[in-house]
Design a protein around this ligand. Structure first.
Ligand code: PMP
Length: 467
């Protein structure tokens, strides 16, 4: 069926050209041809403005990434100074730009993994895939080359390249492409709100998840499994905070079977959850972590892996005959990205990011909980720091979800846009992940816009309910 194409009559408009020439990420192509793009023109602090001049509070920091907001002039100045030296240098064959060394050192200073080294890439997907390759090296050196499989979790997100997408636990990342690849397994998401059985306590839920993980490992063969990957708090899967004791229980199982723990800190890193790293918030003890997004506040595409001494030693052992570490991206450790990352880290330190996030996160959460008390559809407010999800449900007492045909999340998203608020609907969970530099006024504005959007969503749903 041919969609109504409102831009066909204006073939030279930016909207029509976007529809004609630009394939969008994570967008339905047919719907895009119908409604066209929302064209963003500029940003100021925690706000962005569309091409018509309308202002939005960007409560998702773009894609969970612009921690310093949309107009940090210090990052622009850091980039300009780096470009004055050169536009590019690499870190292959023993060479390196000087500020890339400095960035590695600064990351190691705050690393949640003791005695770490930093490896650089350009996207979160490359960082998570790099961890998989390093896990394979580790086991091969330890005489277990058969340990190749990776266990990830339902509702996890780890990127869009083939291995990273295979590790995702979201059907939309697999459906079109015949993924996951063989050898990429999935275990439960630790969502106690949705996952506990009637009468099951949270500790019993955790014990069940650990037992099911162990059963999966034993069933597959422990000598076939290299690593387990998890976000400390799932981001794109709906902001899922694991119950207390979850990582301790899961990691006990993994250690018993000599399976490495890979932390995906692409969203949770750099203060987001009220600690420097999400693993500190949830008591996870990873062997490696992947970083991206907040590392440069996304002013430059950059990512990193922090790896501990056992992994470094395995790499040296693997290549002791003089071979090269056969891995690397052209733009790994790019000097302009490194300069921006160094300035970003400096700002995080100067603003004392951890207590600031705890304060602002506390204010956002308390405000959302207050709004929830007056609502008939907020089932749960959950999160840590400035990463908070609000799950909308049809029935508060039974936690009954809305009929998917109602597309409540998408409706909420559209109403929020009308109100000048950008959030992320993940199913019927509304996500907040604002720039970390947000202040009290920004939080209060987000709460006001959210409250208004929620009440118009409730009114719309009431119209649809049979009376
Ligand atoms: N891991 C997580 C937790 C993410 O949220 C994302 C991206 N949203 C990625 C990995 C992949 O990062 P990128 O899009 O930079 O490849």
């Amino acid at each position: 069926m041919e969609a109504a194409r409102v831009f066909d009559s204006k073939p030279n408009s930016a909207e029509a050209r976007d529809i004609a020439f630009h394939l969008h990420s994570q967008t339905n192509p047919q719907r895009h041809a119908e409604i066209g793009p929302l064209i963003m023109a500029r940003g100021e602090g925690v706000h962005v403005y569309d091409a018509s001049g309308k202002r939005y509070l960007e409560a998702m920091a773009g894609l969970w990434c612009t921690s310093l907001g949309f107009s940090e002039t210090r990052l622009k100045a850091a980039a300009a100074a780096a470009y004055d030296k050169f536009g590019f240098y690499h870190s292959f064959n023993h060479k390196t730009p000087d500020n890339t060394i400095e960035l590695a050192e600064k990351l190691v200073e705050i690393s949640p993994i003791p005695d770490a080294q930093a490896y650089f890439a350009t996207s979160g997907s490359e960082a998570t895939e790099t961890m998989v390759k390093l896990a394979w090296v580790y086991h091969a050196v330890h005489g277990k080359p058969g340990k190749r499989k990776i266990i990830a979790r339902d509702r996890g997100f780890h990127g869009s390249t083939i291995v990273a997408a295979s590790m995702c636990g979201l059907p939309r990342m697999h459906r079109e492409f015949g993924l996951p690849l063989d050898g990429f397994l999935h275990t439960h998401c630790p969502d106690a709100y949705r996952g506990t059985r009637p009468g099951e306590s949270e500790p019993a839920f955790v014990d069940r998840l650990a037992a099911d993980l162990e059963a999966l490992i034993v069933d597959e063969g422990p000598d076939t499994i290299a690593a387990f990957i998890a976000e400390p708090i799932n981001a794109g899967g709906g902001i899922v905070v694991p119950p207390k004791g979850y990582f301790a229980a899961i990691e006990a199982v993994l250690r018993r079977h000599d399976i490495l723990v890979l932390g995906d800190e692409v969203v949770c890193g750099f203060g987001r959850t009220g600690n420097w790293f999400g693993c500190e918030t949830v008591g996870m003890k990873p062997d490696m972590v992947a970083l991206a997004k907040g590392i440069t506040s996304s002013y430059f595409p950059m990512s990193a892996v922090l790896l501990g001494r056992p992994i470094r030693e395995a790499l040296s052992e693997m290549n002791k005959g003089g071979e090269l570490f056969g891995h690397g991206f052209t733009n790994s450790g790019h000097p302009v990205g490194a300069a921006i990352a160094l300035e970003t880290l400096k700002i995080y330190h100067e603003m004392d990011v951890v207590p600031h996030v705890r304060r602002m996160g506390g204010r956002l959460r308390a405000g959302l909980e207050q709004i929830a008390r007056d609502s008939r559809i907020v089932g749960q407010v959950r999160g840590e720091g400035l990463m908070i999800g609000v799950e909308l449900v049809a029935d508060l007492a039974t936690r009954q979800a809305f009929d998917p045909a109602l597309k409540v999340g998408a409706m909420f998203d559209a109403l929020a846009i009308e109100n000048g608020l950008i959030i992320r609907a993940m199913g019927d969970t509304i996500g907040f992940c604002p720039p970390l530099v947000i202040d009290e006024a920004g939080i209060d504005e987000a709460l006001d816009l959210f409250g208004r959007t929620l009440f118009s969503a409730e009114a719309k749903l009431a119209e649809k309910r049979p009376s």
